[in-house]
Design a protein around this ligand. Structure first.
Ligand code: F6P
Length: 371
């Protein structure tokens, strides 16, 4: 039985899904404290929606009561105390048939029933595009919910920025700072691959802030010969090292995105373009070239104060929205405000780097090559 959207709230749940991002614990804390302030009980769902779909896997149960003690001292911690998962999408849940083939089934109805069974009146669901798609289906099935957008990639539409992005950019920038001295000392080319999936936000922001010489992003297919030209131009000007930032989703003109793995029930895993670019530079320019893949380092660590504040604001706004009767919406940053946008308007549209944006133009003015 779908819950009644008009009943007053007594008990809510929060779930964190998809890849983790610094700031998730801050959302959990803000949601829990804001809910407690209203006299509501708060529960956390383990590992995305896995705690509801497979509670038998958790000795303590698939729901954790979020007490004041449990959410104390967590704002500055990376990761999520609830656990998360970017496997086993409940809308395309992979079931292995006896013959070894995989069938994808929709288990969203079980999630709605699970919340009903636990007398949960509303849900705050924190996640990226995949989680928004799940939330949209759950909301249409009658679950009262508000989504909180999250991704280090910053590729979600309808919000100015997502928490986790600033932390990732800060770490990547520091990595570039550190790589400069060793690159310069050896006169090497240093290729630095960064996460970001199909959008180049992390590579662009960190590349500009960290004084990269070349930035390759998915929005602008690169020509390796232009990268070599930049390396030669720098050599001719007496700078015998070059820092090349490569977004994991970048591809060459007419080439394809490098995919490592694609399994049922989960998004494809990208990677390998850094190795490809480094090998081509080595071969064509003859310069000593090293590759650094920042990978999951970008997802860890303590959130910056900007990410903490955004996450705390999102969590508190989600609770205020539920109290005001909102459902099927996502909280979004629209500086200086936090607003609510329909989930269906926000999902499915990836926010890419506009090539005419101020940061791209600034990079070009600084002499940075996009290949
Ligand atoms: O979406 C966040 C992200 O970190 C991407 O930048 C990256 O491509 C992906 O998740 C990695 O996923 P996984 O943790 O499954 O390797």
């Amino acid at each position: 039985m779908p819950m009644n959207q008009n009943t007053s709230i007594k008990k809510i749940a929060i779930s964190t899904g998809g890849g983790d991002a610094p700031g998730l614990n801050a959302v959990i804390r803000a949601t829990a404290l804001s809910a407690m302030k209203r006299g509501w009980e708060v529960y956390g769902v383990r590992d995305g929606f896995h705690g509801i779909l497979s509670p038998e896997e958790y000795p303590e149960g698939g729901f954790i009561p979020l007490t004041r003690d449990r959410v104390s001292g967590i704002t500055h911690l990376g990761g999520t105390i609830l656990g998360t998962s970017n496997r086993n999408n409940p809308l395309k849940y992979p079931i292995v048939r006896p013959d070894g083939t995989v069938e994808e089934v929709d288990r969203s109805g079980e999630i709605v029933r699970g919340f009903d069974l636990h007398h949960i009146d509303a849900l705050v669901t924190v996640g990226g595009d995949g989680s928004l798609a799940i939330a949209s289906v759950l909301a249409k099935k009658g679950l009262r919910l508000i989504s909180v957008p999250k991704t280090i990639d910053n590729d979600l539409d309808k919000t100015d920025v997502t928490f986790g992005f600033d932390t990732a950019v800060g770490f990547a920038t520091e990595a570039l700072d550190r790589l400069h001295s060793t690159a310069a000392s050896h006169g090497r080319v240093m290729v630095v691959e960064m996460m970001g999936r199909y959008a180049g936000w992390i590579a662009l922001h960190a590349g500009v802030a960290g004084s990269a010489d070349v930035i390759l992003i998915p929005e602008h297919p690169y020509d390796i010969h232009k990268v070599i030209e930049k390396i030669k131009e720098r050599d001719a000007n007496g700078s015998h090292f070059t820092i090349v930032v490569v977004a994991e989703g970048a591809s060459s003109v007419g080439g394809e995105i490098s995919v490592i793995e694609h399994k049922a029930g989960r998004a494809e895993r990208l990677g390998g373009v850094g190795e490809k670019v480094a090998a081509e530079i080595r071969e064509i320019s003859g310069k000593e070239t090293r590759l650094v893949v920042l990978g999951h380092l970008l997802r860890g660590g303590s959130p910056t104060s900007f990410d903490r504040l955004t996450a705390l604001r999102f969590g508190a706004a989600a609770v205020r929205g539920l109290e005001a009767g909102q459902s099927g919406v996502m909280v979004a940053l629209d500086p200086p405000h936090v607003k609510y946008v329909p989930i269906d308007e926000a999902m499915g549209k990836m926010k890419m780097v506009p090539l005419d944006s101020d940061i791209v133009i600034t990079a070009q003015d600084l002499g940075i090559s996009f290949g």
